[in-house]
Ligand binder design. Structure first.
Ligand code: FPP
Length: 382
């Protein structure tokens, strides 16, 4: 039998026992929140009036890239948008070549002003969290939210700061969204931390990203553990620096038995690479006589992916305004609701996440079917 069989996931040490495998989109019409979590929402979340919703307040602002509505406090430097993150002429790093040495410091560090400037180990955010929007339907929450945390560089540029400052400032919203998802009772949150393409960046920037990963994993793990969060990594680990690999392993092991939010960190992750790796695993099983080619179907393929056992993302949020997937969760996001916000990641917060969930609940999901009652709001012919 293939070691990647659905329901056989624990053999890999990465699957969730009893999760029932990958949730599939139904072939028939689906209600708006089909596939959304039907789990119990953690109580204690006040249902009072929604606090300030930030830049995202409705579908239009979600879908239309534009300047963030949170002006930079400092002097703007250069264009507000543009190819700030492309490869530069400087030295680039290859996978695994980035040495990680202790806490983040040194030449790539720079001053960060404003509320998002705290170090990775600073006080937890949302000391006085805004209440959730009153119209949030707690019975139709996404089972899995995935976020492309983009815009760190532009956030920094707008403030006349080095890109490194944007990455440092990008740690605070990680805490904020983890906390908000935990409070709402969202089962899975996946964050796109380091992509397979990020190695094209200058060596110093790659080093900083790696150091931040270690910092987040090591310094936050106690609090994550206390909150019942379970950490899991996806991506090609053998291409990561040892320090990152080890920190990820420590966090996974320490939180392995937790039953709360599952925090999936994409590290040296690429959607195409994940598909290739899954194909290789299946091919190896075929070669070894454990699997027949004709037995390979979508479920079997999904079970060979890094994300085996996780529900597919119901909601995929991209910060920074660019409308593309950038090789993130390509297989898994086939039926995800996509939401692009112009808000740069360092400015993204609890209110933005809640607004995104509210927008998700306004969407009608059809999964290729007709959706809803004929003639009703969900009828595409209506
Ligand atoms: C994209 O902004 C952001 C990244 C490539 C890094 C995100 C990583 C962190 C915030 C560290 C958190 C770590 C963990 C483990 C969760 P960009 O540089 O592409 O921004 P730009 O498009 O404006 O240039």
């Amino acid at each position: 039998m293939s070691r990647r069989m659905p329901g056989d996931l624990d053999q890999r040490g990465t699957g969730r026992s009893g999760s029932g495998g990958i949730r599939r989109a139904p072939a028939t019409a689906a209600p708006a929140a089909k596939g959304a979590a039907a789990h119990d929402v953690k109580r204690g979340v006040p249902s009072g009036a929604m606090g300030a919703m930030g830049a995202i307040s409705g579908p239009a602002s979600m879908l239309t890239p534009g300047p963030t509505s949170r002006p930079a406090p400092g002097p703007a430097s250069g264009p507000a948008s543009g190819p700030a993150s492309g490869p530069t002429a400087g030295a680039t790093s290859g996978p695994g070549s980035s040495p990680v040495s202790g806490p983040v410091s040194g030449p790539v560090s720079g001053p960060v002003s404003g509320p998002a400037s705290g170090p990775a180990s600073g006080p937890p955010v949302a000391a006085a969290p805004a209440p959730p929007p009153p119209d949030l339907d707690h019975g139709r929450l996404p089972a899995h939210i995935a976020i492309i945390m983009d815009g760190n560089g532009r956030w920094a540029q707008r403030r006349g700061l080095p890109r490194s400052a944007g990455h440092r400032a990008g740690v605070r919203p990680v805490r904020a969204v983890v906390e908000a998802c935990g409070e709402l009772g969202i089962p899975v949150l996946t964050l796109d931390a380091v992509s397979t393409e990020n190695w094209k960046r200058p060596r110093l920037e790659v080093d900083l990203l790696m150091s931040l990963c270690v910092e987040v994993l090591d310094r936050e793990v106690a609090e994550l553990h206390a909150k019942g969060v379970r950490v899991r990594g996806i991506g090609r680990r053998d291409g990561l620096p040892t320090a990152v690999r080890d920190a990820l392993k420590r966090a996974e092991q320490r939180t392995a038995r937790n039953q709360g939010l599952q925090l999936v960190l994409a590290l040296n992750y690429g959607g195409r690479q994940e598909v290739v790796d899954a194909a290789r695993r299946l091919a190896a099983d075929v070669q070894a006589g454990r699997l027949r080619p004709e037995d390979i179907d979508e479920d079997r393929f999904a079970a060979a992916m890094d994300t085996a056992g996780l529900p597919e993302p119901d909601l995929l949020i991209r910060c920074g305004g660019d409308m593309r997937l950038s090789n993130f969760l390509l297989w898994e996001s086939a039926y995800s609701e996509l939401l692009v916000t112009p808000v740069h990641w360092p400015d993204f917060g609890r209110a933005d996440l809640l607004a995104a969930v509210a927008e998700f609940q306004r969407r009608q999901r059809r999964f290729g079917g007709l959706g809803g009652a004929l003639g009703g709001a969900g009828d595409p012919r209506a």
